[in-house]
Design a protein around this ligand. Sequence first.
Ligand code: DQA
Length: 148
Amino acid sequence: MQVLVLHGPNLNLLGTREPGVYGATTLAEIDADLRRIAQEAGVVLESYQSNHEGGLVDRIQAAGRDGTRFIIINPAAYTHTSVAIRDALAAVALPFVEVHLSNIHKREPFRHHSYVSALAEGVICGLGPTGYRLALQFAIQQLSRPAS
Ligand code: DQA
């Protein structure tokens, strides 16, 4: 596998969860869209959602051993709380893009800080599902760069 997409807690409820903030697109629709784009580019993509911090840490650790070359992650609420997810990302040292559907900087102050941004290649927020697409385009571009 080459690109791993990680979705944090409550993102399984997309479509019905606070649609005014997160929109009407479901997680299954986002994942299907990303799979289609990846397939067209000849890239293998796997998505994983968990409501549990440890599940996400375990999946990140596994990515360090299973051939994953790039991670796209929306840690959801764990963005603002999880040193464990940050440390797992640091441990595997794989390039990643942090994505948020909403513009976290336009929202409550507790959402303004991210534990993972300082390690990310880039951060996209506020663009809804388009943010995932742009992150994947970036990942595909990076993976197709000739090795230097
Ligand atoms: C989110 C923003 C977080 O603050 C929130 O806890 C989420 C989703 C987003 O995609 O906009 O669950 O990561």
